[in-house]
Ligand binder design. Structure first.
Ligand SMILES: [Zn+2]
Ligand SMILES: [Zn+2]
Length: 303
């Protein structure tokens, strides 16, 4: 891919972000009505476009945090994107630097908020909840952990938390209420359909992250640990569907760690990955999940 192509794709990402935001708000407006009309079958609508949009907004949020997007105020959009996907911006802001500096160790508090859980039954229960509820569970544990952390608790601001609650009420409550007024949906239809979308999105995003870093503890320097980050091989229908719905989140994730100063996601195959890059299939990922659910954790030593 040429540099000019890269620049034009990069510039388009800011436009895509604004369009995705607008479509997501429309989705939230119509979702309770679709849920009221089609009941269980509305799950398909929640998967597409719901989870598809939610995963893209989560990626844009992460990309604004890194200030990758040209021509827009990344800090402002980081806040807006966090609120529209029901996240509290300061949590990710506090823990994401650890994900980069401490990746694939228990010190990565974004990924292992409780560090190493030595008690095996407790580790299995934690892994089970993480696998079932995804980021909803991990973020709740992280928030609790930050509030008790000797240094990070001083960084956490309750004022910012109150601002986030107000923004959630304005955005989610405002759209839900408009949907109630115009489309006549009930409060329970709004709450259930919104919760199901959030859970499905949280599940999908977290399984991406588990493909990349799940049950992976590496002994080594940052370069060695970055290199052990896993990527999903687009070798079958499930893998391709997974990459489609998550916008290639785990296609070249090790690049995001080894070259985090560069905006790599929208340009698959634009950069050459190192020879020893780790790729796994969905089948291999299922073995990782099995290990997590049986409390097994192998420490990788690349030397
Ligand atoms: Zn990052
Ligand atoms: Zn990562």
């Amino acid at each position: 891919m040429t540099a000019i192509n890269n620049i034009s794709i990069k510039n388009k990402q800011s436009v895509n972000l604004v369009i995705t935001l607008f479509v997501w708000l429309l989705y939230l407006f119509f979702l309770p009505y679709i849920y009221a009309s089609f009941h269980i079958f509305s799950i398909l609508f929640m998967l597409f476009p719901g989870v598809y949009l939610l995963c893209l907004l989560a990626q844009f949020m992460h990309e604004c945090w890194h200030e990758y997007l040209p021509g827009i105020d990344n800090k402002l959009f980081y806040l807006i994107l966090s609120w529209v996907i029901f996240l509290e911006p300061q949590i990710f802001d506090i823990v994401h630097p650890y994900h980069h500096s401490q990746v694939n160790t228990y010190k990565d508090i974004e990924f292992h908020p409780l560090g190493e859980i030595k008690n095996k039954p407790l580790r299995i229960i934690y892994n089970f909840l993480e696998i079932c509820f995804g980021n909803i569970f991990v973020i709740l544990v992280t928030s609790f952990k930050i509030s008790r952390h000797p240094t990070l608790k001083h960084v956490y601001s309750y004022k910012k938390f109150i601002v986030s609650i107000l923004m959630w009420i304005i955005i989610w409550g405002g759209i839900g209420y408009t949907s109630h007024l115009i489309l006549g949906v009930s409060t329970s239809q709004i709450v259930i359909s919104y919760f199901l979308t959030c859970w499905m999105g949280s599940f999908m995003v977290h399984h991406c992250e588990l493909i990349e870093h799940g049950n992976l503890i590496v002994e080594g320097d940052l370069k060695e640990r970055n290199l052990q980050t896993r990527n999903l091989k687009p070798c079958g229908i499930i893998e391709r569907f997974f990459l489609f719905i998550t916008h290639n989140h785990c296609l070249e994730h090790s690049l995001h760690h080894s070259m985090s100063n560069l905006y790599t996601r929208p340009f698959p195959q634009a950069y050459v990955l190192p020879e020893k890059t780790v790729y796994i299939s969905f089948g291999e990922y299922l073995v990782i999940l099995k290990d997590m659910l049986t409390g097994k954790c192998v420490v990788v030593n690349p030397k």
